[in-house]
Design a protein around this ligand. Structure first.
Ligand SMILES: Nc1ncnc2c1ncn2[C@@H]1O[C@H](COP(=O)(O)OP(=O)(O)OP(=O)(O)O)[C@@H](O)[C@H]1O
Length: 398
């Protein structure tokens, strides 16, 4: 069976080299290569460069598509928006073409620049792991096979074969932090801080991160469970964890409860860790952290789910399914403080009121028809879409 591999080519030296290297590596193998270029429409020359990249692919017999960024950019960080759009468009293209793996041409130089920029933000082990060699984006596996190869090695390879590439003028624009980092690296090279060495540091950090994730997973197995869609930790055991393990466990719990791939910012997280250790409360990333005499609960923040509304049987807040009773004229909304007051038996389950307020209830206009999590089932059930095992599994994925 023939497999398909995608290559994201900008027309720059790195991705041109990647395309040629892959063409050489898979010559005669049952692998079909597909290339794509995103035309962001941000520079007048971009369309011509994308077409040029297409001709370069065609010359190697590789099918190529130009993908235009039709609906951007909006206000704010232009580079960030262009990058997010690029990954979104490329992964969409890959999915449409049954390409499960897409290669991008980040080099050791890119990795070193990333590391330097993250150091400037006082990054920890995860940040200093740099860009991962493999990650899944939007259901497509992104591979970075050139992370240990330098840009100058790739350019030498291209020059030796007389292969041309496009120079992107923004690579010299000192308004961009990445360009300034590149300049700084030239100064640092005499100290031995070369792209190769820094990308090796990222590799070492990546191994340390994997080890930490493993200990976080073991700790969670020992002291965490999932209840009413919230992550619940044993406070006594949590206090004995090394601070980095506890910090990472809370980050992952908050990400899981909030359903976001992005970790919360450092400062609110540090406040949350202090609250968890000291028996207090905190709000971070649309989640509420509260403590009872023996437990730490991480639940959805009531305010974050105030506007969430769905029909019975549909998924509510991307997290719950409510079903069972007579659905006529009913909608699913958060139980909220008002709803909780209408549930006389809510204390029986031993779940804090703040946690229950952010769980789903069935409403008929202003009337509470059912609140299955708060002891008022009336023939209805509420089940989280993701189970506890998925929380544990999320601790090992990044
Ligand atoms: N316009 C584009 N079309 C297709 N692929 C691109 C395009 N721009 C970049 N790429 C791919 O991404 C790789 C990295 O490029 P670049 O360093 O500009 O990316 P980035 O995505 O901004 O990096 P980062 O993720 O570090 O911000 C390129 O080598 C190429 O494989």
């Amino acid at each position: 069976m023939t497999g398909r591999l995608g290559i994201a080519i900008s027309g720059g030296s790195d991705s041109m080299a990647l395309m040629h290297l892959m063409q050489e590596a898979f010559e005669g193998e049952p692998v079909e290569l597909y290339a794509a270029t995103v035309d962001h429409g941000l520079r007048p020359e971009a369309a011509a460069e994308a077409e040029w990249a297409g001709r370069a692919a065609a010359a190697l017999g590789i099918s190529h598509e130009v993908i235009r960024w039709e609906d951007g950019p909006g206000k704010g960080n232009l580079q960030g928006q262009a990058r997010d759009a690029r990954y979104h468009l490329l992964s969409g293209w890959a999915r449409r073409n049954n390409i499960s793996t897409l290669c991008v041409a980040h080099t050791a130089d890119d990795q070193a620049e990333t590391l330097l920029m993250r150091m400037a933000r006082a990054a920890g082990v995860s940040g200093l792991s740099g860009m991962p060699p493999r990650r899944v984006h939007n259901g497509v596996t992104l591979l970075r096979p050139l992370l240990e190869v330098t840009r100058s090695e790739l350019r030498q390879y291209l020059q030796e074969r007389g292969i041309e590439w496009c120079e992107d003028p923004s690579n010299c624009d000192l308004r961009f932090e990445r360009v300034r980092a590149r300049r700084a690296l030239e100064e640092l090279a005499p100290l031995g801080l070369t792209p190769t060495v820094l990308s090796r540091v990222a590799g070492n950090m990546n191994k340390a991160r994997e080890a930490l994730d493993w200990y976080v997973f073991l700790a969670a197995r020992d002291l965490a469970h999932v209840q009413a869609g919230a992550v619940v930790l044993c406070q006594r055991k949590f206090r004995t964890l090394p601070s980095e393990t506890g910090y990472r466990l809370l980050v992952k719990a908050i990400q899981w409860v909030a359903g976001t791939p992005y970790p919360p910012r450092r400062v609110p997280m540090e406040i949350a860790v202090l609250a968890a250790r000291g028996g207090g409360a905190a709000t971070v990333s649309g989640c509420h952290l509260l403590t009872t005499s023996k437990q730490i609960w991480i639940c959805r923040e009531a305010k974050a789910v105030e506007g969430a509304i769905s029909l019975p049987g549909q998924v509510w807040d991307s997290r719950w399914k409510v079903f069972g009773g007579d659905a006529k004229g009913c909608v699913v909304r958060a139980l909220g403080r008002d709803g909780l007051r209408k549930c006389p038996d809510w204390r029986a389950a031993g779940i804090p009121g703040t946690v229950l307020e952010a769980t789903p209830a069935v409403w008929q206009g202003a009337e509470l028809a059912a609140a299955p999590t708060a002891g008022l089932a009336n023939g209805w059930s509420a089940e989280p879409v993701a189970n506890e095992e998925e929380f544990f599994a999320s601790l090992l994925s990044h």
